[in-house]
Design a protein around this ligand. Structure first.
Ligand SMILES: [Fe+2]
Length: 246
């Protein structure tokens, strides 16, 4: 299995604090069948200098790979990032933030963003040949309340990611995510692992909830990791009836 959204690199963001925690997380990922991992530390354009981030990420990655090798852990890792939305993103050399060797770019937003600003930047990024992956879509009310917007973005080429943990919690969000999956509006499931207890390595557990969609979603993640392009089927167009999307 392939985990495209993880905070395993030591000491670089709010994920693993040190090498011991990173190794614990890696071992847990491998034990549950994950063998391809994108390391996606947070990057905040408005708070960090890109070069500082890239240097810190490189050092943290080297440290992790040395220790993983010493302990004989077998997996394939790729450097990547989780970009917090900013209009400044278009000034960056985005290739350095993509999943290594691919054009796939993991992005997140604030909770109440300016939608037209987001669209300007998203469509600019798409125009440059990058493929944005929208991280943990379930967090954004402005999208969960408005799947038509999601449909529009998917048509433009944006991929949608959901956290495995959200498929494991019972409730309204879980129910709606299952609709989104049925409608072809979810392309990637990842763990967004931060620590063993807070957001644990639960990709396999989340995937097991998906039944007939599991194979396709696992394949999608593998294709992204390999940098392969894949055709996204047009999603179903949801309709709102009696206040409910169906
Ligand atoms: Fe994340």
């Amino acid at each position: 299995m392939t985990d495209l959204h993880t905070h395993i690199l030591p000491g670089i963001d709010d994920g693993a604090k040190n090498i011991e925690q990173s190794i614990q997380l890696l071992k847990a990922e491998i034990a549950t069948g994950v063998n391809q991992i994108a390391f996606t530390p947070h990057f905040y354009f408005e708070r960090q200098l890109p070069d500082d981030f890239l240097k810190a990420r490189e050092q943290s990655h080297q440290r992790l790979m040395q220790e993983a090798e010493r302990q004989g852990l077998r997996f394939q890792g790729k450097l990547a990032a989780e970009l917090f939305f900013s209009t400044g993103l278009t000034q960056l050399d985005l290739k350095q933030f993509c999943i290594e060797g691919t054009n796939y770019l993991l992005m997140e937003f604030s909770m109440r963003p300016d939608i037209s600003l987001i669209e300007d930047v998203l469509f600019d990024i798409l125009g440059e040949g990058f493929i944005p992956i929208l991280a943990h879509v379930e967090r954004y009310h402005f999208l969960m309340d408005n799947p038509e917007l999601l449909e529009k973005w998917i048509h433009q080429g944006v991929l949608i990611q959901v956290n495995a943990g959200s498929l494991l919690k019972k409730g309204k969000t879980n129910k709606f995510l299952r609709k989104l999956i049925q409608w072809g509006m979810v392309h990637i499931i990842s763990s967004d692992v931060h620590s063993l207890d807070r957001r644990p390595p639960n990709l396999a557990e989340g995937m097991a909830e998906l039944k007939k969609y599991q194979n396709r979603l696992e394949q999608n993640a593998d294709r992204v990791f390999q940098g392969k392009f894949f055709r996204i089927d047009p999603p179903y167009t949801p309709k709102k009836r009696f206040g409910i999307w169906m």
